[in-house]
Ligand binder design. Structure first.
Ligand code: C5P
Length: 233
């Protein structure tokens, strides 16, 4: 398994990780793991079933019974997320769900329970893995590790635009405060805190168009993996 190529893309919210990962996976024809969606689905299910977001035992129990599947990704976007035969792809994108996800994601037992599930995504011909701890904990042997950053203002503005485009009503000031709080929790937690792997390439995407970020990563992909069938910059 460690031979199957993995590109780990980590960083805080609003750095373009999801978009970049989706584009790369499509260009390469590789699998895509949107690890944040696992924490979001768990949080959504807990909220809907009245389970407290710090009740570790019940959350772990919930994880073992989750009837969750990912349906084929469309070009440049993640897979549809089907929970108990219902498409929850949109529901889990709500900010409230992101915040709840960061609470359950701070629990070491929850992270441990999700570890193997995430590692199963490492399938031929390769995997692009998007998250916070892909390069440090889940796929420490990933052949290419990218850590995306951007200024707090830009990240908040990008998230704001994304949510408004999806018809989700938010207030920029509240959103900035929520993002700052979520980032603080992700960085300061004891279990798998958000940080770049020692061998990660950090790319600051502030003021940079997504296409330039893709070009930069594509050059790194060619350097590490050689030319890939059908892969063009
Ligand atoms: O990336 P996304 O915004 O979907 O992630 C939601 C939350 O899930 C993050 O704020 C973080 O707390 C948690 N998460 C994590 N580890 C990952 C992916 C997401 O802790 N690998």
């Amino acid at each position: 398994m460690p031979d199957i190529p993995v590109i780990a893309i980590d960083g805080p919210s609003g750095t373009g990780k999801g978009t970049v990962s989706g584009i790369l996976a499509t260009k390469l024809g590789w699998h895509l793991l949107d690890s944040g969606s696992l924490y979001r689905v768990l949080a959504l299910t807990a909220l809907n079933s009245g389970i407290s977001l710090n009740d570790t035992d019940k959350l772990v129990q919930l994880l073992t019974t989750l009837n969750l599947r990912f349906e084929s990704a469309t070009e440049y976007s993640g897979a549809s997320i089907i929970l108990n035969d219902q498409d929850v792809s949109e529901d889990i994108r709500e900010e409230s769900c992101g915040n709840a996800a960061s609470l359950v994601a701070a629990l070491p037992e929850v992270r441990q329970t999700l570890l193997e599930r995430q590692r199963k995504f490492r399938q031929a011909p390769g995997l692009v893995a998007d998250g916070r701890d892909m390069g440090t904990i889940v796929f420490p042997t990933a052949q290419l590790k990218i850590f995306l950053t951007a200024s707090a203002e830009e990240r908040a503005t990008r998230r704001y635009k994304q949510l408004i485009e999806k018809g989700i009503n938010v207030n920029l000031r509240d959103l900035s405060a929520d993002i700052a709080e979520r980032d603080r929790r992700d960085k300061e937690r004891v279990a798998s805190p958000l940080r770049p792997a020692e061998d990660a390439v950090t790319i600051d995407t502030t003021g940079i168009k997504i296409q330039r970020v893709i070009n930069r990563i594509s050059a790194l992909v060619e350097e590490r993996f050689g030319s890939q069938p059908g892969f063009t910059r």
